[in-house]
Design a binder for this molecule. Structure first.
Ligand SMILES: [Ca+2]
Ligand SMILES: [Ca+2]
Length: 205
């Protein structure tokens, strides 16, 4: 089943032109043992205060099996599927312009105790919707960031400031939760791309 990555009835390009991969060093490869059962990924940004299109950033989660692919489509949590089939990841919903909050505008909450046994890792991404058609990149989106934190204590585990660390990119593979010896760990990935959600769909579906 092909993914329906468009919102509503809008039609634009898919932004699949991946011609450059930019790796940064900040926190890259940082690994942490979580020792907790609930974590949240927050994506925040300021609305466009100038003319032109709204900034519509999207947080997504790809839940992967041992072959690094989704076992089934419903293990992708994104704007058109706001809960994973096992109920482990729930999205707060799609903010289309960054006006939801002065903090996190979109949140993915993960209950690790509910994750399906087939899932070995969970990849988190941030992308700009229709970035190519709207001629946008993270550098234009003030105070844009993605972070992961302990849901119960609000203690931050890792964070990237997207407008500074990925200023010329439009998609970021933020990090991954993965199982090791029955424990969940987190690794910051921090790789930016010029593309959209379709790039990650092509990679993991
Ligand atoms: Ca959004
Ligand atoms: Ca905001």
């Amino acid at each position: 089943m092909p993914f329906f990555i468009y919102k509503g009835c809008s039609v634009g390009d898919l932004g699949v032109d991946i011609d450059e991969i930019d790796m940064i060093n900040l926190q890259k490869g940082q690994r942490i043992e979580l020792g907790l059962s609930k974590v949240s990924v927050g994506l925040g940004w300021d609305p466009n205060d100038g003319s032109g299109h709204a900034f519509d950033l999207d947080a997504s989660a790809f839940m992967l099996g041992i072959n690094k692919k989704l076992p089934q489509d419903e293990f992708l949590v994104f704007y058109n599927n706001q809960i994973s089939i096992d109920g482990a990841i729930v999205s707060s919903g799609d903010d289309i312009d960054g006006t939801n909050s002065d903090g996190d505008d979109e949140t993915l909450t993960v209950d690790l105790s509910k994750v399906d046994n087939r899932i070995q890792e969970i990849i988190f991404t941030a992308t700009i919707y229709e970035s190519e058609r709207r001629k946008q990149n993270f550098g234009q989106v003030h105070n844009s960031y993605i972070r992961i934190y302990n849901t119960d204590t609000n203690e931050e585990i890792a964070r990237y400031d997207l407008d500074e660390d990925f200023s010329i990119e439009t998609a970021v593979e933020f990090g991954r939760l993965y199982r090791r010896n029955g424990e969940w760990k987190f690794e910051a990935i921090g790789i930016g791309y010029k593309g959209g959600l379709q790039f990650f769909v092509d990679k993991y579906v």
